[in-house]
Design a protein around this ligand. Structure first.
Ligand code: ADP
Ligand code: ADP
Length: 214
């Protein structure tokens, strides 16, 4: 099964992707996590990406496409891939279409997670992130068992520098301008299923799995 989770920043893509990838043995590829790894390792790509990320702007399509292509190549060892945070522009979606066509690997599902804007702001400004394993928590809505420590890796949790009110507002605007058209792109291919991202995290996982059965 090859699947994309679409939705604005804070919709719960990362939270759901980790769970669904585990259940379905999919390679989970989060473009944001991969970029943060590149930054931590101070690679050329990491250095090129950092200013865009800190401003909440999108990293240029050519850099993202080359980065994601090399990771998608590794999906052969899994039952498929689950993309989270990519594609974020129509040019990225077209690049992905070309790659999948050449590899004769069809995309089967695009699940769009809907959450009202006010809830997105509350979620992002309370988000806690594990820099080691990429898991996300929330100070109120999804706290770790021990405050400030990742349940999975035991590492200290951090707040992302781009989760301030100012940068979040910019990212939400960019989503509307540049990423919302990606939904239309996949609508034209008849692939989009929309689920509500409001409610209990386990229930939302079930909604996504159900949407992939249709
Ligand atoms: P995205 O990857 O779409 O940006 P995340 O998965 O990082 O979103 O979730 C954003 C924040 O919202 C995190 O702090 C996460 O713990 C929290 N969150 C995720 N799902 C829910 C939910 N169903 N209800 C409340 N908070 C949630
Ligand atoms: P969120 O899920 O909260 O929106 P991500 O972790 O997916 O955040 O992305 C963080 C930042 O990384 C984005 O604001 C952007 O600068 C960069 N980024 C991630 N994925 C992409 C992408 N597909 N195209 C361009 N930039 C990206």
């Amino acid at each position: 099964m090859n699947l994309i989770l679409l939705g604005p920043p804070g919709a719960g893509k990362g939270t759901q992707a980790v769970r669904i990838a585990e259940r379905k043995n999919l390679l989970h590829l989060s473009s944001g996590d991969i970029l943060r790894e590149e930054r931590k390792a101070k690679t050329e790509l990491g250095l090129q990406a950092q200013d865009y990320m800190d401003r909440g702007a999108l990293v240029p399509d050519d850099l993202i496409l080359a980065m994601m292509m090399s990771h998608i190549e590794k999906a052969g060892a899994y039952a498929g891939f689950l993309l989270d945070g990519f594609p974020r522009t129509v040019a990225q979606a077209e690049g992905l279409d070309d790659l999948l066509k050449s590899k004769k690997t069809p995309l089967e599902h695009v699940v769009k997670i809907d959450v009202p804007r006010d809830a997105l702001l509350d979620r992002l400004t309370g988000r806690l992130y594990c820099p080691k394993c990429g898991r996300t928590y929330h100070t109120k809505f999804s706290p770790p068992k021990e405050p400030g420590v990742c349940d999975n890796s035991g590492e200290p949790l951090i707040r992302r520098a781009d989760d301030t009110v100012e940068v979040v507002s910019e990212r939400l605007e960019i989503y509307e301008r540049q990423t919302a058209p990606v939904v239309d792109h996949y609508e034209r291919q008849g692939l989009v299923r929309t689920v509500s991202g409001v409610g209990n995290i386990n229930q939302i996982s079930e909604r996504i799995i159900e949407a992939c059965r249709e």
